[in-house]
Design a protein around this ligand. Structure first.
Ligand SMILES: O=C(O)c1cc(C(=O)O)c2c(n1)C(=O)C(=O)c1cc(C(=O)O)[nH]c1-2
Length: 253
């Protein structure tokens, strides 16, 4: 977390204004969001082979599959009807409904396009243990922490549209095996994520009013950046340095 803001909250003085809280939250993204991870430079810059892109996509499926579970958990313990109403579409955005097949289906179209077997992807059997541990830590965090911290932990989405735009452009340009069908998931998120992130940011700015609450939301967002970073560390270790794929994990042909 940005040292300046920790110090501001350590003094025991007045809580930050909502505007300063937003600045502090955004500073966490600037310092820690996973757009800074070297694995993303390789992925977006066209420096991975098809097997490494497959490894990324099948590991990332675990995250996709967990998102509606953590959102349903949040709804399940929320007393506030307005918040439940607003949060509900996050579940259908991923699970789909009669009008839209949903984000998980779009992710599976992406893994189909990369030549991966659907049942194998959905089984998560080839995923790295670190991926599963990190993703599950996020689900548990949302289930167990305060509602305010749970909402704050989604705020990495403030920073997602720019990485999605970079990914769409970079992957289409740099990989012969990527086409519009495969990047459809990210195109859709360009509309969905800003709306969700803005709601969550407004909620956090309205409800994190004490020093303790502000400290908790900053820590929640920091935790979430670690969930994302750990997944890329694991991918980088296993699939970029030769000889490191752990037993049982996906092995590219
Ligand atoms: O590709 C990415 O870098 C990225 C990052 C994040 C994020 O920052 O948590 C999400 C997504 N994508 C995404 O597609 C998505 O649906 C999503 C939901 C959430 C969340 O915490 O509720 N984060 C993200």
């Amino acid at each position: 977390m940005n040292k300046h803001f920790i110090l501001a909250l350590d003094t025991g003085s007045a809580p930050m204004s909502p505007a300063d809280l937003e600045t502090a939250l955004r500073a966490i993204g600037t310092e820690r969001y996973h757009d800074l991870h070297p694995f993303h430079d390789l992925l977006h810059g066209g420096h991975l082979d098809k097997g490494q892109v497959q490894a990324w996509a099948l590991n990332r499926y675990c995250y996709q599959a967990a998102i509606p579970r953590k959102d349903a958990s949040l709804i399940g313990r929320c007393e506030d009807r307005e918040l439940r109403r607003e949060w509900l579409h996050r579940v259908t955005d991923h699970d789909g409904n009669c009008e839209d097949p949903g984000g998980i289906e779009r992710w599976l179209i992406l893994t189909d396009g990369l030549g991966l077997d659907r049942d194998y992807v959905v089984s998560q059997q080839g995923a790295l243990s670190t991926t599963r541990f990190a993703v599950e830590a996020y689900v548990r965090f949302v289930r167990e922490k305060s509602l305010l911290e749970a909402v704050a932990s989604s705020l990495t989405e403030l920073f997602a549209p720019s990485i999605h735009r970079r990914r769409i452009a970079g992957m289409l340009k740099n990989y012969s095996f990527i086409d519009e069908t495969v990047v459809a998931y990210f195109r859709r998120r360009l509309d969905q994520a800003p709306r969700d992130a803005q709601f969550a940011l407004d909620y956090v700015k309205r409800h994190a009013v004490t020093v303790e609450q502000q400290r908790a939301v900053l820590a929640a967002l920091t935790f979430k950046t670690e969930v994302l970073w750990a997944q890329l560390d694991a991918l980088h270790y296993a699939y970029v340095t030769p000889g490191n794929i752990p037993p049982g994990a996906f092995r590219p042909d």
